[in-house]
Write a protein that binds this ligand. Structure first.
Ligand SMILES: *[C@@H]1O[C@H](CO)[C@@H](O)[C@H](O)[C@H]1NC(C)=O
Ligand SMILES: *[C@@H]1O[C@H](CO)[C@@H](O)[C@H](O)[C@H]1NC(C)=O
Length: 383
């Protein structure tokens, strides 16, 4: 009897392939409007015109299973007849030799991509932000990784700066969401923004550390001093920039004083108990008000290690993923010039990939914020 049922079912599904596509959640999870990098397998499902036979766990991994485009090569072609029409690109920056404790964030881009397989599941509508970034009409692609030397830090940082300078120069003002890499990568990215837009940007920086420690010599470049250098080089808008979720021990209270001199405000991780998510959102909005599009930098260690164990410098007492995402929702309407997510070091993750998934979900919110509030102009006069 059971055998007959199976045979009958197979018969019906063979005759009505569209019904089969509807019944099988694996063959029909995608919104057909989303361009998939992987095409249907015509020899298996000849009658299906929807992207069948692909699933969220098969195929080559790109961010949210978007198409892969070699943005850097196209942007850097001397032949300018090839129009650069990408609006938002995900760019991996696999650099981790500026880290002070556990190495491994060079594998961050691939872990975040793996964590993002489910991002466009069932179409990608972001409920808290009431928008679907994948249906914004913008061309969103995975740009692959910046090719970096693992042997020469100075060369690698120069390559990052060159790559972003080339990309930011495109007339259509494309945005990039950088998949780090340790937080040192913010320095060359901010340098290229300054070079292209001739302006310092308001920085909204989530992370367990300030990253504004003074380097001990002019040769020293690492994640702990990356924002010290950025501020001293005028890459960050003095008085309109803020750190959130920091909670490390300090050399002395003088560290905070120095940070203020560099132009930052601060909300410590433990402040959430006093002022709550709403209080944090209003303080951020006050700080950046009227300062123009922000650079949003999220070090995954803003989260508590319970939510994101796979990171270079785990620090207890951080925020939950829900708290962080509620704060991001509070930035709805704030124009974002560029964003980075750093310090994902997947070798320390659980086998449930919690850190890679957390990073991917944070990026989903950032992407939604960006596509909801496109940047029209970047004001360089008020610098
Ligand atoms: C851009 O192209 C030039 C000339 O072909 C090459 O030397 C340079 O390395 C390229 N830059 C990047 C970042 O790919
Ligand atoms: C930022 O502005 C304050 C107040 O005007 C000033 O004391 C400080 O030196 C400035 N910092 C930088 C890095 O320009």
């Amino acid at each position: 009897m059971a055998k007959l049922q199976v045979t009958l079912a197979s018969f019906i599904l063979t005759v009505f392939p569209r019904l089969a596509a509807r019944l099988n959640p694996i063959t029909h999870v995608f919104n057909p409007d989303i361009v998939l990098p992987i095409q249907p397998l015509p020899h298996i499902y000849p009658d299906l015109d929807t992207p069948a036979a692909t699933s969220i766990f098969s195929g080559i991994t790109t961010f949210a299973r978007l198409s892969w485009v070699d943005c850097l090569s196209i942007a850097n072609e001397s032949d300018s007849s090839r129009h650069f029409d990408i609006d938002v690109g995900f760019l991996g920056v696999p650099f981790d030799t500026g880290t002070s404790y556990r190495p491994g964030a060079r594998f961050g881009p691939s872990a975040i991509r793996a964590g993002s397989r489910r991002t466009a599941l069932a179409g990608g509508y972001n409920v808290p932000l009431s928008a679907n970034p994948f249906k914004s009409g913008l061309k969103i692609v995975d740009c692959g990784d910046v090719p970096l030397s693992p042997f020469d830090n100075r060369l690698a940082l120069e390559t990052i700066q060159d790559a972003y300078s080339i990309l930011f120069q495109k007339e259509n003002n494309p945005w990039f969401i950088s998949l780090g890499g340790d937080s040192t990568i913010n320095l060359p990215i901010l340098r290229s923004i300054h070079k292209v837009y001739s302006s310092g940007v308001p920085l909204v920086h989530f992370g367990s550390r300030l990253d504004t420690w003074k380097p001990s010599s002019s040769r020293e470049v690492n994640h702990l001093s990356s924002l010290y250098r950025a501020a001293r080089e005028g890459l960050i808008k003095n008085g309109s920039s803020i750190h959130l979720a920091h909670r490390t021990a300090l050399f002395s209270p003088e560290d905070y004083h120095q940070d203020e001199q560099l132009g930052f405000s601060r909300i410590e991780a433990r402040d959430i108990d006093k002022i709550g998510v709403t209080g944090i959102i209003s303080k951020i909005r006050q700080t950046i008000e009227g300062a123009g599009p922000i650079y949003l930098s999220i070090s995954i260690d803003a989260l508590d290690p319970a939510h994101a164990p796979a990171t270079s410098n785990p620090e207890t007492g951080g925020w939950t993923l829900r708290e962080l995402r509620s704060i991001l929702k509070g930035l709805d309407g704030v124009p974002i010039l560029s964003a980075s997510i750093t310090e994902v070091a997947p070798a320390y993750d659980t086998s449930a990939e919690v850190t890679g998934i957390a990073a991917a979900d944070i990026i989903f919110d950032i992407l939604t914020l960006m596509t909801k509030t496109p940047i029209t102009t970047v004001d360089s006069s008020s610098d």
